[in-house]
Design a protein around this ligand. Structure first.
Ligand SMILES: C[S@@+](CC[C@H](N)C(=O)[O-])C[C@H]1O[C@@H](n2cnc3c(N)ncnc32)[C@H](O)[C@@H]1O
Length: 269
């Protein structure tokens, strides 16, 4: 089994689409698939399918991080006050999840975070390119920002972005199913991520919600499927999530946007 698992991880990492994905995450998904598939070949295929659903589906073309970074550097040095925001917007369009948020970006954080005390540390869990929307967040310039996702190249890019924008914090490669973050923070962003985690492990959303050590959670769900259909999906996510909140006695404020349904949850730890 260990030999097959090593072969599976190497095979998945050798494909251009998955070479930057956390090897630990590939290993965890691969071990599960090896246990239930008839042979190595079908386990490799099933692992790639699961990785596609978890993250690959949101990047419809490879993102040119070097080019994005040089545009961000040029914008940070430009005299126009909106130059950096304009480039952040254009880079965020390369990831489906942040692209869907662009039409509501001006109101999304201003509305959902309007009532919170200024956070000193923010976690952005399974962040994708969302840390590029930090300029739209009503949080102190000094707030520490800790982001994570399964893509190594994306985390490297975000660390370079934090350095050029002067943001304290870091972006790290982390599988939040196997290692949910437990570092204390004042606010955790868990945006459009719970359904992706649930597709891999149905207990992962509850485990993540319970492990995160922040008194405030901003949790959201997509209001459109990737194909653009709604199909009662939003109602289904909301019902499930409300059940999880009720079990824990956590109150939440609800915000409905055109492309996203969000909840500001008072976990109150
Ligand atoms: C729908 S996108 C949301 C991205 C971002 N939170 C946003 O709202 O723009 C789901 C994200 O979860 C990440 N992801 C999927 N499985 C993960 C895991 N096990 N650990 C960490 N991140 C994961 C994907 O790479 C992707 O960036």
């Amino acid at each position: 089994m260990e030999d097959s698992l090593d072969t599976l991880v190497a095979a998945v990492l050798s494909s251009a689409k998955y070479r930057h994905v956390s090897p630990a995450f590939i290993r965890a998904v691969g071990a599960r698939e090896l246990a239930i598939r008839p042979n190595l070949k079908s386990a490799i295929k099933a692992t790639k399918n699961a990785l596609h659903q978890a993250g690959g589906a949101f990047q419809d073309a490879p993102i040119d991080y070097a080019q994005a970074l040089s545009r961000l550097h040029a914008a940070a040095a430009a005299p126009e006050p909106d130059a950096l925001r304009d480039v952040c917007r254009s880079v965020m369009a390369a990831h489906t999840s942040t692209r869907e948020r662009l039409p509501i970006l001006d109101e999304f954080y201003a509305t959902t975070l309007a009532s919170i005390p200024p956070p000193a540390r923010v976690l952005d869990i399974a962040c994708g390119l969302n840390p590029l929307s930090r300029p739209w967040m009503p949080i102190p310039a000094t707030a520490e920002y800790i982001a994570c996702d399964i893509y190594g190249d994306q985390m490297e890019f975000l660390n370079a972005f934090f350095a050029l924008a002067g943001y304290a914090g870091r972006a790290e490669v982390r599988d939040v199913i196997g290692s949910p973050p437990d570092e204390p923070a004042d606010l955790a962003l868990i945006l459009k991520t719970l359904p992706c985690l649930e597709a891999i492990d149905r207990h992962a959303p509850a485990r993540l919600l319970d492990t995160v050590r922040a008194p405030l959670l901003l949790v959201s769900f997509p209001a459109q499927s990737l194909g653009g259909r709604r199909k009662g999906m939003v109602a289904h996510y909301e019902e499930r999530f409300r059940g999880q909140l009720a079990e824990r006695g956590w109150p939440a404020e609800r915000f409905e946007f055109r492309t996203e349904l969000a909840f500001l949850v008072r976990k109150g730890i």
